[in-house]
Design a protein around this ligand. Sequence first.
Ligand code: MLT
Ligand code: MN
Ligand code: ZN
Length: 309
Amino acid sequence: MLRVVVLGAAAGGGVPQWNCGCPVCRAARGEHPRLRSTQTSIAVSADGDHWFLVNASPDLRQQVLATPQLHPREGLLRHSPIAGVVLTNGEVDAVAGLLSMREGSPFTIYGHAKVLAILKANSIFDVLSETNVKRQPIEVDRAFEPKLPDGTPSGIEILPFAVPGKAAWYLRETAHPKGRDSEGDTLGLRIRDKATDKHFYFVAACAHVTDELTARLAGTPLLFFDGTVWRDDELIANGLSTKTGQSMGHIAMSEKGGAIESLAGLDIDRKLFLHINNSNPALMCGSREREIAERAGWQIPADGTEIVL
Ligand code: MLT
Ligand code: MN
Ligand code: ZN
């Protein structure tokens, strides 16, 4: 059995974002507290006792507090059910939560060599001593089975694959001055329970949908996909920022070639958007955009949503 908990569904900044007065953030602070959402991460377990996080969001502390499955086991003085963290990119909202995991419990960080190099180059991550916290490189198109802290296999197979994306935003001037992407910047994951062969896909950052990606995702029972913006220029159009979705490596939900259109008709049982920016009008219950997304079979999960496969 594969258990998945959506720890957070929001993009960088969360909902509401600390400095944002957009309609969604105002509603989340005021009359619609249910709109509140923490930054994207999921937790996955095959045995219900040991959990792997996909990305460690800056809201990790709050997410662990809200998720009983991730609390220390009764009777133990120091313990965490979190056995590892799989990083799919080096963005602040994917790695900053690692800094909240610095109290000496053993776990493993799995990341592409590129992302591990970012951690290595930033000495603040040295708070995670390598005696307790191993860093394990993962490669595109090479499946691996994360281990439990005692070295036994987890029963979960993870296949990382390349998806179109961008280097972390804060590296845009140095890593890829022309904004090009390259291997390792953005990973998608297929996560499979070895015992039951059940699987799902996590693709919470993706700049566009290629034929290769649709072929891969067709027929899957469960997909988490990039839901950052409704339309590519929405941050600019709303006067919030100068960033387009594409400049950050994110496809739009709507528009020609957007996620809703590109992933239609693929016989995917359950489709959920993750990494949803607070500017995205599909967050608003009852909005026209929400209706269009739902009619196309998409869900916008609340934090804490649990799915069993
Ligand atoms: C992203 O996902 O593209 C980043 O969170 C962008 C950013 O840090 O502004
Ligand atoms: Mn982000
Ligand atoms: Zn906002």
